[in-house]
Design a protein around this ligand. Sequence first.
Ligand code: PEP
Ligand code: MG
Length: 902
Amino acid sequence: MASQQTADRKYVYDFTEGNKDLKDLLGGKGANLAEMTNLGLPVPPGFTITTEACQAYLATGARPAGLAEEITAHLGTLEEAMGRRLGDPADPLLVSVRSGAKFSMPGMMETVLNVGLNDSSVEGLARQAGGNHRFAWDSYRRLIQMFGKTVCDVPGEEFEHALEECKRAKGTTSDLDLDADDLRALVGTYKKIFVKHTGREFPQQPLEQLELAINAVFESWNAERAVLYRRQERIPADLGTAVNVCSMVFGNLGPDSGTGVAFTRDPASGAQGIYGDYLANAQGEDVVAGIRNTVPLQQLAELNKPAYDELLAIMARLEEHYRDLCDIEFTIERGKLWMLQTRVGKRTAAAAFVIAAQLVDEGLIDLDEALHRVNGDQLAQLMFPRFRLTDELKPMASGIGASPGAAVGKVVFDSQRAVELANARDAVILVRRETHPDDLPGMVAARGILTSRGGKTSHAAVVARGMGKTCVCGADALDVNVPERRFTVDGQTVNEGDVVSIDGTTGRIYLGEVPVWPSEVVRYFEGELAPEHSDDPLVVAVHRIMSHADARRRLGIRANADTGADAARARRFGAEGVGLCRTEHMFLGDRRELVERLILAATDADRQAALAELLPLQRSDFAEIFRAMDGQPVTVRLIDPPLHEFLPSLEELAVHVAVAHERGEDAARDEQLLSAVRRMHEQNPMLGLRGVRLGLVIPGLFAMQVRAIVEAAVECAKAGGDPKPEIMVPLVGAVQELETVRAEAEKIIADVTREQSVEVLIGTMIEVPRAALTAGQIAEAAEFFSFGTNDLTQMAWGFSRDDVEGAFFWRYLELGIFGISPFESIDADGVGRLVRIAAEEGRAARPGLKLGVCGEHGGDPESVHFFHSVGLDYVSCSPFRVPVARLEAGRAVLSSAGSDSR
Ligand code: PEP
Ligand code: MG
C-alpha cells in the first residue's frame, strides 16, 4: 500500500515490492522478476527503476529529482542482502543493467553486464571465483565491450575485430582457448579503443559506471531500431522503458555452470512438454549470439539432476501461476539454479489456439479467457497457404501485401492469356500495372495478382480479397510492360511464362517456384474436416473457440459476395447473409456488347431494348445468390461505378481508330464508341457520374435492376424458397436522391409482387459524408443503412483510394500521422465519428433502423470492435474474412465488458 500511495514520486522498486500486474510501471521483465521473487523462486536480488523515471529523463534530458537518492538507497539494501559492495576491490558485487518495457521489444534496447568491474575489482572477482583469472578478465573485457558500445557509441566492430585478432594470433577460432593473459592483453586493447573513440579513459568508478549505464538504457528507448519496432508493432511511443539492476550470477564459471532458455510448451505447435536449450559454461549472450551450439534442455538432467528437477518444478509452478505458456531464462552458477527472467511467451498463431484450448481442458482458464487470448490476425494467418521459406531464398522485389496467401504461377500480362493458360491447367500470376473491372476473368483464372501500382483498396486488392486470392499490389520497383509481355526489376527481366511466387502477407515477390503448404483450417471451414473426427489439435481448438465466439457475439456477420458460388462459400464460413452484392461485374464479359448498346443508345427505344435483354440475365444472377443464401438477407447494391468503365480505354480506342483511318478501313462503330468514351470521360470519376447519380441520369437502368431483383425473389419464393432481398442505393448524399429512386422502386415492387408476396427492404449506403451528416433525414426514406467505409474514408480524408497508399502513405506512417492506413483500419476519431453520428441520428429518426457496414473495414479486427461499440447490427466482409469477423465480434463483447484486448 505504501508504494501505491507514493506512486507518483517513487521511482525505484525492490524486486520484493513489485508484482506481475505492475507492467506499466516496472515493465514486463521487472514486474515478472518481482512476481517470481514473491513466489519464493531463486531470483538474484535487485531493483527496478520505473518507466516514469525514464519518461521524466527523456522529457528533460536529466534524472528526475530524488531518483539518485532512491537508487543509492536501493543499492545499499542490495549490497546488504548480498554481503558485498558494488565494485569492492576485495570482494566485488557486480550488477547487470537491463531494459524492460511494458511490451516485449526483443533485442531492441540495451543491456550492460558486469557493472562494477575495474582494474582492481577484477582481481577480487578472480579470488571470488576460486582463483579463476581467466573468468575475471573475460568478464572485464565483456564489460568494456558492452559499455563502450552501448553507453559511449564506440563501434562494436572494433571490439569484435580485436577479439578476432587475438584468437588469430593464438591460432584458434574459439573464445575458450584464450587464457587469462590473452584476455588481460585484450582488455588493454579494448581500453585503447575506448580512449580513441571517447577521448577519455574507461571509467573506473563503479557508481559512475552504474549511473551511465542506467542513462544509456533510458536513452535506448529512442534508438532508431526501437522506434521502428514500436511503429511496426503499434506500441505507443511515450511508454518508456524500466531499468532492472540485478546482482550478477555467472554461468561461465566452469563445467558445473551454464545458462539456458526454455518454454513450458512448444511455442511453435503448442504441444505439451518442455522445450529449451542449454549451454554449459556460458553466459546468456553466448546463447543468443550462437557462438557455440546449445544442447537440448533434457541433457541438463545428466549434467545436474537436482538443478534440472528444480527447474522443471519451477516451470510447472510458473505455468500454473500465470495460467499460460511461459518462457524463461535461467543460469546455473556452480550447480545452483537462478531464474533471470520469465514472461508469458510469444507463440505462433497455431500454438495460440492450441494452447488456449488445452488450458481450458486443464481447468486453468475458461472459454471466455481462451477467446480473449487468440485474435483475428492469428486466425487469418492460419487460413492462408504458406511458403516453405529457407534462409537462402531472397525476394526479387516487394510490394504491399494486399490479400494474404502464397501463390505460385507463370507470369501473364492480360486477362485473356490468364484464362487461356488456366484452361490448359496452368497456374498463372496475373501481372498488371493496375487492374480494371475488365480484368476480372483473368483475376478469377489466376492463382495470384501482382500490380505495380495501387494500394490496399485499389481494384486489384479489393477484388482479390473478395475472392480470397493472393494479391501483392503497388510493387513500384516493377516496370511492367504489357505490350511486350514482360516486367523488369533492377535490370532483371521476367517474361511471360516465367514462374514467380508471391506472398500476399509480406508483399514479397520471388523469382521461381517456392513450395507451399495448404491450410487445414480452411478445409475445416469448408466442411472437409469434421472436428469431432479430427486428430489435428489445431482444427479441434479452432472449432471450440469459434463456437464460443459465435455464442458470445452480438454483431451479425454477413459477406460481400457477387455470385452464388461466393455466397455459398461465405455461408459455409459462417456468414448470415450477404451485406453487399456489387452488381457491376455482372455487366462485363459476354454482356459487354449489350452494355455498349445501352450506353450508346441513340433513342429511348434502343436503350429499352438493351435493358430488356439485360433483365433476364440479371434476374438469374440474383436468383442464384438468393438460392445460395436462402432464408438469409441479401443486400443487392444497384450499379455503382461510372459507365465509361464499361467502355474500352480512350487511348487504345483512339489509336485503333487512327490506324483504321490510315489503312482506309471502315471504323464507324469504333468512332461512335470513341466519341461516347470522350463524352463520358471525367477528370475525377470517383466523384463523378456514379451510383445513384447514374440511376437518375440513365432512364430505366435502376428500374431494370430493381425488377430483376424482385422477379428473382418471386421466382425463388414460388419454388418454395425464402428469399430476403434488400435493395441498396449507392452514393446517396441527399434524401431527395433516395426518395426519387425509392418511389420508382416501390411501384415496381408492388407490380411484381402482386401474385406472390415477398418482403423487399429498400435502404442506402452511407458513404458520402453529407449522407452521414443528414442521416436523420435520410433515414425517413431508408429501412437500412450500410456504411461504405471505403468511400467514406476517401471522401472524409480527401484521399484517392486508388492512389494514396502507394504514393505517400509511407511518409505519413513514418511521421506517425497515423499508425495504420485509414483504409485498412477505421479512423475512429474522424470517419468513425461520421459513423457514430449517422447511427445515432438515423436511429433517432427511425427506431429499429437496421445498421451494417460493408466497406473493407468490416473484416478488420480493430474496426469490428469499433462497430460493435457503435451498436451496428452487423458487419459484412469478404467471404474469407468471415471467420475473422466472427471471432473478433465475440472478442469485442469481452473487451467491452472490461478486459484489455491487446
Ligand atoms: C465502400 O465504399 O465502402 C463500398 C463498400 O463500396 P465500393 O467499395 O464498391 O465503392
Ligand atoms: Mg463505395
